[in-house]
Ligand binder design. Structure first.
Ligand code: EPZ
Length: 420
């Protein structure tokens, strides 16, 4: 049995999409729950498999969970047990590395399996370790396991990251929130999900300032209390639908978005020919004229997001004039291009970039998702292609896109889930 998407391309998209909560904001907040021995209500959780896996990890550790709706939970980790971490589940996602910071903060120790997630070549954790060690942790990587302890307790420290790593910044905040004294992280990641984590913890009584800038100050507090919190909208899900409509032509309204987070994506879409009108919580986008090429270069926020570069690739294939994508965050994030080539895309690989001559005709083919966003790129390619695309290994896509088939069908796409 191999679940797959069947996509008949060539239909323009039109209608409205409600954007869900941001997976990469929800994951650190879910692990941060370990620091709060009290009841928390979380709203706008995206119903995707990475979130489900994380909830299972927390429940197997002893968290009490009530589902209020498909996107809201009530949860209390007061009885969580650090020795009950289901190691087999932690290897399924990258965010399980957040168990280190959260476990150290709550229990003074943590164990997790080697974090999994999308394969972009080497995904080191050295910046996470530097931060946690500066706070007093001892990390002992064993075969297939990461063990951390803080024999003398965690104490505030000052540290500059070599690269604004999202994960290391999250782990530093988690470990420092309940540590003794003040922690200052400079060279920190500035992504909206870092701000969301700080806002959540502050709503629970933490003292975190500067999130969203490259210097974050955390004054440790002795305890955190429960709260009700709504996760921010997913800028990557929103950007993915914008690329889809820019590729197929037509017009779309996106509801429940945070427009400021989308600026780095709207800029290139406008250059490529999309007409976009933004208001406070929604936007409309249409493309009725030609699709033009452009050059994209990924960078940490507020630069153009690496998590959006694959979705632009089919557009560059179809565009007049083509373009280039420089990948500056990950050293291996072009695996999906081999699949796009099966659909007729011409892509010329370089050292840390890919060239797209443009003017291609995409045709349906049997392809597979190599990773989450690469899979989304192939969905977009399928929607723009002539004929039928069969897209396999969709488990990667289901990690991050809630109700993709339903949402696309509602805006006129011909897409179904098959199982053979
Ligand atoms: C987060 O991964 C996201 N994942 C990724 O999104 C995203 O691509 C990435 O940030 C960059 O924006 C989650 O939030 C769960 P990083 P993360 O640490 O935290 C190097 C998606 O599609 N680095 O900012 O793992 C690293 O090798 C996923 O939703 C070190 O050298 O990313 C990379 O080159 C895929 N040492 C760069 O930093 C370290 O200790 C960025 O990594 C840590 C990272």
């Amino acid at each position: 049995m191999a679940p797959h998407f069947l996509i008949r391309g060539g239909r323009q998209l039109s209608g409205a999409v409600r954007v869900g909560g941001m997976k990469n904001a929800a994951l650190p907040i879910l692990f941060a729950l370990l620091l709060v021995r009290d009841e928390v209500v979380l709203e706008n959780l995206p119903p995707v498999t990475d979130i489900e896996t994380t909830l299972q990890i927390l429940c197997q550790m002893g968290a009490e969970l009530t589902r209020i709706s498909p996107t809201a939970i009530r949860i209390n980790t007061k009885n969580a047990d650090p020795d009950a971490v289901p190691l087999n589940l932690t290897t399924e996602l990258r965010a399980s590395a957040y168990l280190l910071g959260a476990g150290l903060g709550r229990f003074g120790r943590a164990t997790t399996g080697l974090p999994g997630g999308c394969d972009f070549g080497a995904r080191p954790l050295d910046q996470h370790f530097r931060l946690l060690e500066a706070l007093g942790a001892v990390i002992a990587p064993e075969e297939n396991l990461l063990c951390a302890s803080a024999p003398g307790g965690l104490r505030g420290a000052k540290l500059r990251l070599d690269f604004p790593s999202v994960g290391a910044t999250v782990n530093g905040i988690l470990a420092a929130a309940l540590a003794e004294g003040t922690t200052i992280i400079s060279g920190a990641a500035r992504e909206p999900h870092i701000v969301d984590l700080a806002n959540f913890l502050n709503a629970c009584g933490a003292q975190i300032a500067g999130a969203g800038t490259s210097t974050i100050r955390i004054d440790g507090v002795s305890r955190l209390h429960g709260t009700r919190y709504r996760i921010i909208p997913d800028m990557i899900e929103a950007g993915t639908y914008l690329c889809a409509v820019c590729g197929t032509g037509g017009g779309l309204r996106l509801d429940d978005i945070c427009p400021a987070h989308l600026d780095p994506v709207l800029l290139p879409l406008r250059k490529m020919g999309a007409e976009i009108a933004v208001s406070e919580s929604h936007l409309t986008a249409k493309r009725t004229g030609a699709l033009y090429g452009t050059v994209l270069e990924t960078a940490p926020y507020p630069g153009f997001p690496t998590d959006m570069q694959p979705q632009f690739a089919p557009l560059l294939c179809l565009s007049r004039g083509g373009g280039r994508i420089y990948e500056r965050v990950w050293n291996s994030r072009f695996q999906y291009t081999a699949e796009l080539e099966r659909m007729g895309g011409r892509i010329l690989p370089g050292k840390d970039f890919a060239d797209f001559p443009g003017g291609d005709r995409l045709t349906g083919a049997r392809v597979r998702a190599t990773d989450l966003r690469g899979g989304a790129a192939l969905v977009i390619a399928g929607l723009c292609a002539e004929g039928m695309t069969e897209l396999y290994d969709i488990r990667h896509i289901e990690r991050g896109y809630p109700q993709l088939v339903e949402k696309l069908t509602a805006i006129g796409a011909e897409i179904a889930c098959g199982n053979d």
